[in-house]
Design a protein around this ligand. Structure first.
Ligand code: ADP
Ligand code: ZN
Length: 215
């Protein structure tokens, strides 16, 4: 089973991906995390992509597709894509890759959240750079202020969760990523889930959708 998560930045893709990959034993692949880790490690990839992330612009499709193929080519579990594809060209590239291997994207799950809600969530989001756990200062704060419950890491506000960059990212989403809704509707694998609810409720609805597909 290969799954794609779609939705605005801040719609909850990362949170859901973490929960679902554990529940269904899927390989969670987050392009954003891959890029941030490469930047933190001063790896060549990091140097190549840092300016795009800082500005809230998309990393070029060709590079993204190379990274993705490299990561998934030896993976035998089902795949859960979080933050990829982000353009129609990326989605087509993924479909071509799967088609050549007799596979497919089995479900594209859209986390439907209002733009206002998303802006508010991104501003109050804090992340643990060590274990990637995501917090929200308003709805799911850590037990100890500023520290990760899981690993004790120091929580940070992502560079691109600052107001100017949030604005840019939402524009990029509307221009380049939103067309994927029509793309996956056309293929018939599209499901929309109301994302403006507690993470557990969203996860339960997604589990029901995926459970039906597995059965
Ligand atoms: P969010 O979904 O909260 O915006 P991500 O962690 O998915 O955050 O992405 C952060 C940044 O990484 C994006 O703004 C973009 O610069 C880059 N990025 C991540 N995934 C892709 C992708 N599939 N294609 C191009 N750029 C990407
Ligand atoms: Zn942590």
């Amino acid at each position: 089973m290969n799954i794609v998560l779609l939705g605005y930045p801040g719609s909850g893709k990362g949170t859901q991906a973490k929960a679902l990959s554990e529940k269904f034993s899927l390989f969670h692949i987050s392009t954003g995390d891959i890029f941030r880790e490469a930047i933190a490690a001063n790896a060549p990839l990091g140097l190549e992509v840092a300016d795009y992330l800082a500005a809230g612009r998309l990393v070029p499709d060709k590079l993204v597709l190379e990274i993705i193929k490299d990561r998934i080519s030896t993976e035998t579990r089902g795949l859960l894509f979080d933050g990829f594809p982000r353009t129609v060209d990326q989605a087509q590239g993924l479909d071509d890759y799967f088609t050549a291997r007799n596979q497919a994207v089995d479900a594209a799950l859209f986390l439907d959240v209002d733009e206002e809600e998303v802006v508010q969530r991104l501003g109050s989001r804090r992340t643990c750079p060590k274990c990637r756990k995501i917090y929200n200062l308003l709805s799911s704060p850590p037990l100890k202020e500023g520290l990760c419950d899981g690993c004790g890491g120091k929580l940070v506000l992502r560079e691109d969760d600052k107001p100017e960059v949030i604005h840019r990212r939402l524009g990029v989403y509307k221009d380049q990523t939103e067309p994927l809704i029509a793309y996956y509707k056309g293929i018939g694998t599209f499901h929309s889930v109301k994302g403006g609810r507690a993470p557990e409720e969203v996860a339960a609805e997604i589990s029901a959708i995926l459970g039906n597909r597995i059965a």
